[in-house]
Design a protein around this ligand. Structure first.
Ligand SMILES: [Ca+2]
Length: 413
């Protein structure tokens, strides 16, 4: 369940640009594919503007000026001697106006921990829902917070950062700064848990950080004067965007609801990791197939080879994934490819260094016998095959752990 620190999203926010993406798709038949609706990814590191430890073992003591933020449920002589949680707040006003937040990771520098204990500890970051003041807040006057948090496993490993993927929180704070009360961080308070973990507060070096990755909308350029020879371009655009004929979304899932609705697995362990889907299978191919089918469509998503060999989008698939086309990123073989099962035939491939623990934006445009594969907005693959004319959407992995987010399929006319 650990969300690794380096698992930072850097790929397209599919839902936000999906509609405009249709225009790029049509233009792409005659021109290079465009990802010009938003800028390339930028990132900004924000330092906490307030933080405070709350001492349940001393409920009236303010802890906002301390050097450390402590999460504890620690026993001494058989008694709970320390029970502590803490609050952290970031101000997102420094982000450029209109920034589209794609990821936000809270990083806390692990200063010390007390042994013996029961490490690692699941420390949750919870969205705080009422005000507090760094200078006066105590455990007795603590704010309220949401019941469901974002988890990270924290061991007794001083000197490293722990990360919490608080993207949805940051998006909420950006949209409603007046109700930005930060996060509460806490671990379990029940026996036999036994831990005392301190992170650096904003009062000392290596303070709490929020690493925000975002894109910016680009002001549309004026419609260029049509050059001679672009005769087929305008009719195609008009066909796709005639009134009432906007692309039909077949399914769209950002997994922010914490659920996996309508997915059926074949091999492996698949679950919602909080705000993305994760799959794990050490010994071969594993699939998770959505209960939605299509024939001609665009299908895209953000994919990450967390560890091991390969991840991919599956389309025109059988219900179990084993008869299908795939668009696969393979870190072991160093290739982006479109392939076909059963029997496993590679239809098109693009050699490249495929990084692990890195989010890629993968898209296929599938119409008739033609299949095109895009990586991070650039067309890298074109394949032709007539075996499967329709089928279900899904994802796959091969010998490893994969992460999947912002999956969306849209019908083509
Ligand atoms: Ca403080």
């Amino acid at each position: 369940m650990t969300l690794k620190l380096s698992l930072v999203r850097v790929s397209l926010a599919a839902a936000v640009i999906a509609f405009a993406g249709g225009a790029a798709l049509v233009a792409g038949q005659d021109a290079p594919p465009s990802s010009a609706e938003v800028s390339t990814t930028a990132s900004m590191t924000l330092t906490a503007v307030a933080d405070a430890t709350l001492y349940a073992d001393s409920p009236g003591s303010p802890g906002g000026s301390g050097s450390f933020l402590t999460a504890a449920y620690y026993h001494y002589d058989g008694q709970v001697s320390f029970a502590r949680i803490f609050l952290v707040k970031f101000d997102l006003a420094a982000l450029p106006p209109g920034a589209i937040i794609e990821s936000a990771v809270m990083q806390l520098y692990h200063n010390s921990c007390t042994q013996p204990g029961t490490y690692p500890v699941p420390l949750g970051a919870y969205f705080v829902t009422s005000p507090w003041s760094e200078g006066s807040v105590t455990y007795a006057t603590r704010p309220t917070w949401a019941d469901i948090g974002i988890n990270a496993q924290v061991g007794c490993t001083p000197g490293v950062y722990s990360g919490w993927a608080v993207t949805s929180f940051a998006q909420a704070w950006q949209g409603d700064p007046a109700h930005n009360y930060g996060v509460k961080v806490s671990g379990p308070w029940s026996d036999p848990w036994d831990y005392y973990i301190s992170f650096n507060s904003r009062e000392i070096y290596n303070p709490p950080q929020l690493v925000v990755t975002y894109r910016l909308p680009i002001t549309p350029t004026p419609t260029p004067t049509r050059r001679p020879g672009t005769r087929t371009y305008l009719p195609l655009v008009m066909k796709q965007f005639a009134p009432g004929s906007a692309p039909v979304v077949l399914f769209s899932d950002n997994f922010n609801d914490g659920l996996l609705h309508g997915w059926t697995r074949n091999n492996g362990n698949w679950y919602n990791a909080g705000n993305y889907m994760r799959g794990e299978y050490a010994t071969g191919n594993a699939w998770n197939i959505k209960d939605v089918s299509g024939n001609n469509f665009t299908y895209e998503g953000d994919l990450n080879i967390v560890s091991g060999n390969a991840v991919g989008l599956v389309f025109r698939s059988s219900a179990d994934g084993t008869a299908s086309y795939d668009a696969i990123l393979d870190a072991a073989d160093g290739v982006f490819k479109i392939s076909k099962r059963p029997g496993y035939t590679v239809l098109a491939s693009y050699p490249m260094t495929v990084s692990r623990n890195h989010w890629y934006s993968v898209k296929v445009v599938v119409s008739g016998t033609k299949m095109e594969g895009y990586l991070d907005g650039v067309k890298r693959l074109t394949a032709y095959d007539g075996n499967f004319s329709s089928g279900q959407f899904g994802v796959m992995l091969f010998q490893g752990a994969g992460a999947y987010d912002n999956l969306e399929a849209r019908a083509l006319p």
